[in-house]
Structures are given as structure tokens and as C-alpha cells.
Ligand binder design. Structure first.
Ligand code: HEC
Length: 116
């Protein structure tokens, strides 16, 4: 009986060790999200943009780097996955995000908004 218990204990440990982290290959800010923001957002949401060049984007909402956007990760993810941003019909707005770009952001959020 004791031997059987040991066998199960060993099996369990082996399986637990083999578990694959579902976020191991997930996109990070550095490995994908920054490209999305650079492609679709920083024409308006960047500290180098002033006044009329911001196209109405709030002055405090900037995506220069990972530090700058820390307080806004949830709002950013919502705006992208809902398709609200980039805004449609604004003259300087780039075309909307691709499905792949939205998936990148969804996975980034699911895995806790990692930097790299
Ligand atoms: C053409 C300029 C422009 C681009 C490009 C743009 N935005 Fe915006 N953004 C705005 C304006 C204008 C507002 C304020 C009006 C509003 O909230 O709709 C805004 C507001 C926001 C807000 C705050 C309101 C909310 O919905 O929570 C977030 C977050 C945001 N943008 C994220 C993004 C992201 C992420 C991208 C890139 C995918 C992006 N924006 C691209 C102009 C832009």
C-alpha cells in the first residue's frame, strides 16, 4: 500500500512539472503590442504631438513607451478589441486594426499585460 502511494506521489509530481505555462509564448509589450500602438495609435497619442496634431486625443493619454501607458492598459485593450480606436472618420486616423492585431492585444491582456 505504501509503495502504491509513493508511485502515485511520483506520478503526480512528474505531471505537475510537465504543465505548460499558457502564457509562455504570449505576446508582450516588446514582442508585439508596441508595434500595434506604433502602427495605429501614436499619430494622436504621443507626447511629441501637440494641439491640433493630436486630433482631439486627450493630452494625458500617451503611448510613448511602456512606462507612459501603465495606468491605461485596460482602457487601451478595451479601445482596441472593441474597435473603438483608432477612431473612424477622423481625417488623420489610420485604417482600423487587423484581426491579428486585436488578437495580440487580447492575449496580452489575458496574460497580465507583460512588458517583455
Ligand atoms: C486620429 C487620432 C487618434 C488615433 C489614431 C487614436 N486615437 Fe484614441 N482617442 C482619440 C480621440 C479624439 C479621443 C477622445 C475622444 C474619445 O474618447 O472618443 C481618444 C480617446 C482614447 C481613449 C480614451 C477613451 C476610451 O475609449 O477609453 C483611449 C483609451 C484611446 N483613445 C486609445 C487609443 C488606442 C489604443 C489607439 C490605437 C489603436 C488610439 N486611441 C488611436 C484619437 C485617436
Amino acid at each position: 500500500m505504501r509503495r502504491l502511494f509513493l508511485l502515485f506521489a511520483l506520478l503526480f509530481t512528474a505531471c505537475a512539472g510537465d504543465e505548460v505555462d499558457p502564457c509562455v509564448d504570449a505576446p508582450t509589450y516588446e514582442s508585439g503590442v508596441r508595434d500595434v500602438l506604433d502602427d495605429k495609435c501614436v499619430d494622436c497619442h504621443h507626447t511629441s504631438k501637440m494641439g491640433i496634431d493630436r486630433n482631439g486625443a486627450p493630452d494625458t493619454l500617451n503611448f510613448d513607451d511602456f512606462e507612459t501607458l501603465q495606468d491605461d492598459v485596460v482602457a487601451i485593450a478595451d479601445a482596441i478589441t472593441s474597435g473603438k480606436m483608432p477612431p473612424r472618420g477622423t481625417p488623420d486616423a489610420p485604417p482600423g486594426t487587423s484581426a491579428a492585431q486585436r488578437d495580440t492585444v487580447t492575449e496580452w491582456r489575458r496574460c497580465g499585460f507583460p512588458e517583455d
